[in-house]
Design a binder for this molecule. Structure first.
Ligand code: NAP
Length: 289
């Protein structure tokens, strides 16, 4: 069993990016600049945004964090997005999700200039991804592909089962694993809450990508020997064993399934850090344009 170490791989990618930024800046180029909008004070969102801002500092990017109150109107939020769209110093814009229920998330996503959409959520970038055209791939699926690539996980001809069909993880992941690329060329089954006999399907998976957000949902009786598991789930649960009072758990019962796996990602330290690394990669790409 090989652990797909997202923390180490993400650090390698960040070092590569930092070197590139140094070389761009020393030859008189522009410092890449990522802007993030955070609405409200949700603890998990705060953690994610802070990690993104910290990662920017680490690789030598400029970052701007715009905090808006929980009751910000949709109009004011869209105006903020428009201001950033027009700011030529800013290369990438992310709006931390989820947004409060009175805001239409899709309207906000569509308002972001596709050229600055480094999260890769804009419908035109999703369309380009489906057509295999150059674009910003959604950061989490892109991070998973990078992890598979750097660990030389064979995907061609394999049966890949994806659990969860969200716009940001499951759906794009299923498309990317089926593309005629490496990693890719899988036969893909996309499953969701209406899927019947899920266990029968997961038992045939060579590669299982789990993104549903239910703690330790995947157990050993759902797997075949030799499976490669990518656990995307992150759920914060209370803990009296950590300083913060919280710990992160994945969608996979890691300790009890790892002996069956050829490869597996841990939580934390698997997909999460890769997501941030790919966000930085997309921002660098935008800056170079
Ligand atoms: P989401 O929008 O929360 O949707 C969950 C998906 O799981 C839905 O498609 C749902 O099906 C499906 N589902 C729910 N119960 C199921 C069941 N019993 N059997 C099969 N499918 C079931 O998904 P998400 O935003 O992708 O988030 C999923 C998890 O990944 C969360 O823990 C989130 O925190 C984590 N996440 C991690 C990262 C990272 O960087 N590591 C990034 C994004 C998300 P229906 O469509 O039928 O409702």
């Amino acid at each position: 069993m090989i652990i797909l170490d997202g923390k180490k791989t993400a650090n390698d990618i960040k070092e590569e990016i930092a070197l590139e930024v140094t070389s761009i800046v020393s030859s008189g180029g522009k410092v890449p600049h990522l802007s993030a909008i955070l609405v409200g004070t949700d603890g998990a969102s705060e953690t994610y945004v802070n990690a993104k801002v910290k990662a920017c500092e680490k690789v030598g990017f400029k970052s701007t964090l715009i905090r808006l109150s929980e009751d910000v109107s949709q109009e004011d939020l869209l105006a903020e997005v428009e201001k950033i769209n027009k700011n030529s110093d800013i290369d990438g814009l992310i709006v931390q999700l989820p947004l409060p229920s009175h805001v239409d998330e899709m309207k906000v996503t569509e308002a972001i200039d596709p050229e600055k959409d480094v999260d890769g959520f804009h419908p035109s970038n999703i369309g380009r991804m489906v057509l295999n055209l150059p674009t910003y791939l959604p950061a989490t699926p892109a991070g998973i592909l990078e992890l598979l690539k750097r660990y030389n996980v064979e995907t061609s001809g394999k049966h890949c089962v994806v659990i969860g069909r969200s716009h940001i993880v499951g759906s794009p992941m299923s498309i990317l694993m089926g593309r005629n690329t490496n990693p890719g060329n899988c036969t893909v089954t996309l499953t969701h809450s209406r899927t019947k006999n899920l266990q029968e399907i997961t038992k045939t998976a060579d590669i299982l990508i789990v993104a549903l957000g239910r703690v330790e949902f995947i157990t050993s009786d759902m797997l075949k020997d030799g499976v490669c598991i990518i656990d995307v789930g992150i759920t914060r649960v209370k803990s009296d064993k950590t300083k913060s009072g919280w710990k992160l758990l994945g969608d996979v019962d890691f300790e009890n399934v790892k002996h069956m796996c050829s490869f597996i990602t841990p939580v934390p330290g698997g997909v999460g850090p890769m997501t941030i690394a790919m966000l930085l990669k997309n921002t660098l790409l935008s800056s170079k344009k």
